[in-house]
Each structure stands twice: as structure tokens, then as C-alpha cells.
Ligand binder design. Structure first.
Ligand code: H2U
Ligand code: ZN
Length: 342
């Protein structure tokens, strides 16, 4: 079956993906060039995230040494938005939305990216995520904290300085809402988390596991849509990042680092992706159904420049992939643990 066109189910969202493994055999005559080993300077006077520099809004960054968090100067969500709804019949609905947007500089070094940082400095990033989740989530008008990283110009990242973002708002956004519903249905039925059971099965099967340490597993999900899509999942069924111990945070940082080194090594390029955490909402309810995790959605397909386009059939009907999740996992697993830049 796995050799023939088939559909795979995503139990976390209820979505489907079309897999066409036979097409992966079709000839490729396009480019396969490798990326560059070019180094950026460790400080760039024109960068709005480097220590001491002035940002677009006129504020000055401190001379930070590790991580630095500031409120986004162009926040998509604002704290003091007046609350209200507007409806005109069934067809026109509007709701106000309140929130807070932040930017996190992962390092003062302009030239580094996560896979080039030490595990201790990445642990510092995980510490910031934990603190921000707790602090932002403590506001009554913040019910969901979305932590994410856009990396690479193809993903719309505006600056190579290593950084991520947080958008925290009143409403549970679309993707986490789907996952919450599916995880709740599963938990109500079995009293175990969906991802806990999924992880146990995957660890036994091994074929989609890319990397694991004492507390986290990196895998290509069975239902992956993007060619090299992965997830980092904690072995313990924690619903949110505030429940992670120091040791677990270090293991999380290690998994994040090992995965992104493999990603960079795949096409010998600084591998672009959008990645982010999904975890329990901060709505003061208990959420035993939630099993926190991190998704990586990278667009590259075949080389440093050839990306997958989500167009045509995928836009109008269902996402589709050629290379199977198992093949992608094997390729990532077999890559060196040493970054290609050395
Ligand atoms: P991205 O690279 O993922 O776009 O994130 C950069 C964010 O930084 C972006 O949301 C913000 C942009 O609004 N920003 C500032 O807050 N201050 C600046 O001086 C420039 C960019
Ligand atoms: Zn910089």
C-alpha cells in the first residue's frame, strides 16, 4: 500500500494528506547546487536586533549578553483594543481581538543560528519561552500563547539575526483549536494523551524517528505534509512548557539543536522553516488532554533553492507529497551530527 498513492490521516487535526510515492521516482533535471558557507559578521550596525542598536520604532536595544525580549514595535495584536462584536445577519461577523506580541533575540551574535549555538545558550531560549508562557498566560485576557520562529527569507523572516516571536491573544487560534478538540476526544475516551500513545508506537516502529534523547523524541509524523516536516515531542505527557524541569529543558534544547544541525546538513544551507510550540491554552482550565510539542514546517524539497509549493491541487483540494515520511526520516536520521560549517 505504501508504494501506491494513498491518503494519510492526521489524528491531531482531523486533516488528510495525499501521498504519491511513485512520483518521487520521476527524473529531476533541475538545479541541485549547494548553499554557501558564507559567514555574517558577529555584529551588524544596520541590524535592528543587534545589541545597542536602535530599532525602527526609535527604541534602543540594551547591550544584552544572552537573550533579549521586547514588545514588537509593529504588534499585530494590541493590549488595549476595545472589546466588542459586530454581526449583520449570519454572513458578516466580526469580533475584536486583544493580545500582546513580542520578539525574542536568541543571542547577541548576529552571525549565529540555533544549530550553531551551544546547547546551554539554546537552553536559555527555552527558559525565556517558559517564563513568557507563564507571565503572558497570567493575564486574564490572554488565553493562548503562540511561540514561534520563522527562519530564512523564504519563510518571510525579515532579518537573519537569530530570533523568534510570541503572539499571545484572547482567542484560541485555528490550528491549536483543532488539536485541542482532537486531543480532548482522545483523552476523554482513553484517559491517556493522543501524542503519548502515538509516541510509544513510533518509538517501537523506529522508521520515522530522527533523533531522541532521555526526554524528547524528534520524528517525521506519519501524516507530514511538508517534505521534511518534523515534530519534537516530550516523552512525559506535559501539557505546557511551564511543567518542564531544568533537565527536560536542557534535553529540549539538545533536541532542537540536533534536529536543526541535521536540517542544515541536508542541503548544506541555513535551512529555512517555520517552527513553533503547541500547548495548553492559558484559560485557567485544566487541560490534561494537551501534550505539548513543537512543529517544524520547512519548505525546501530538493536543494538549497528548490522549494515545495503549496499550490494548485493542494490549495484547492488537499495537501500532497511525493517522498514518503519514512524516506524523509531515514535521510534526516542518517545525516551527520556535526554541522557542515564545522
Ligand atoms: P520576522 O523576522 O519573523 O518577521 O520577525 C521580526 C519581527 O520584528 C517583526 O514582527 C518586528 C517586526 O514587526 N520588528 C520590531 O519589532 N522592531 C523593529 O525595529 C523591526 C522589526
Ligand atoms: Zn544582528
Amino acid at each position: 500500500m505504501e508504494e501506491h498513492p494513498h491518503r494519510r490521516y492526521n489524528p491531531l487535526t482531523g486533516d488528510w494528506v495525499l501521498v504519491s510515492p511513485h512520483r518521487a521516482k520521476r527524473p529531476w533535471q533541475g538545479q541541485v547546487e549547494k548553499g554557501s558557507k558564507e559567514r555574517r559578521p558577529s555584529y551588524d550596525e544596520g541590524c535592528y536586533l543587534c545589541p545597542g542598536n536602535t530599532r525602527a520604532g526609535g527604541k534602543q536595544n540594551p547591550d544584552y549578553q544572552q537573550t533579549y525580549v521586547f514588545t514588537n514595535d509593529f504588534s499585530a495584536l494590541l493590549k488595549d483594543t476595545p472589546q466588542g462584536n459586530y454581526e449583520e445577519g449570519e454572513l458578516f461577523k466580526t469580533e475584536s481581538e486583544q493580545g500582546i506580541c513580542k520578539v525574542i533575540c536568541f543571542s547577541p551574535r548576529h552571525d549565529l543560528t540555533i544549530p550553531e549555538m551551544s546547547v546551554e545558550s539554546i537552553k536559555g531560549v527555552v527558559d525565556v519561552w517558559q517564563k513568557e508562557y507563564e507571565e503572558l498566560g497570567a493575564n486574564d485576557f490572554i488565553n493562548y500563547v503562540q511561540i514561534f520562529e520563522n527562519k530564512g527569507a523564504v519563510m518571510g523572516c525579515s532579518n537573519p539575526h537569530p530570533h523568534g516571536q510570541i503572539w499571545a491573544g484572547r482567542t484560541l487560534p485555528v490550528e491549536p483549536a483543532k488539536e485541542q478538540q482532537k486531543q480532548k476526544e482522545y483523552y476523554d475516551k482513553y484517559k491517556r494523551t493522543l501524542l503519548g500513545d502515538y509516541l510509544r508506537a513510533e518509538v517501537e516502529k523506529k522508521e520515522r524517528v530522527v533523533y531522541s534523547n532521555d526526554h524528547f523524541v524528534v520524528l517525521v509524523p506519519y501524516w507530514a505534509v511538508w517534505p521534511f516536516e518534523t515534530m519534537i515531542i516530550p516523552c512525559r505527557a506535559v501539557s505546557s512548557i511551564d511543567q518542564l524541569s531544568d533537565e527536560e529543558k536542557l534535553a529540549f534544547a539538545d533536541a532542537y539543536r540536533e534536529l536543526t544541525i541535521k536540517y542544515d546538513n541536508l542541503f548544506e544551507t541555513s535551512f529555512p522553516y517555520s517552527a513553533g510550540l503547541h500547548q495548553a491554552p492559558t484559560d485557567q482550565e485544566k487541560h490534561p488532554e494537551w501534550h505539548m510539542h513543537m512543529h517544524f514546517y520547512p519548505p525546501l524539497l530538493r536543494s538549497a533553492t528548490v522549494k515545495k509549493f503549496m499550490v494548485g491541487y493542494e490549495m484547492l483540494a488537499t495537501p500532497q507529497r511525493d517522498i514518503t515520511a519514512e524516506t524523509s526520516a531515514a535521510r534526516l536520521r542518517d545525516l551527520s551530527k556535526v554541522h557542515y560549517k564545522g
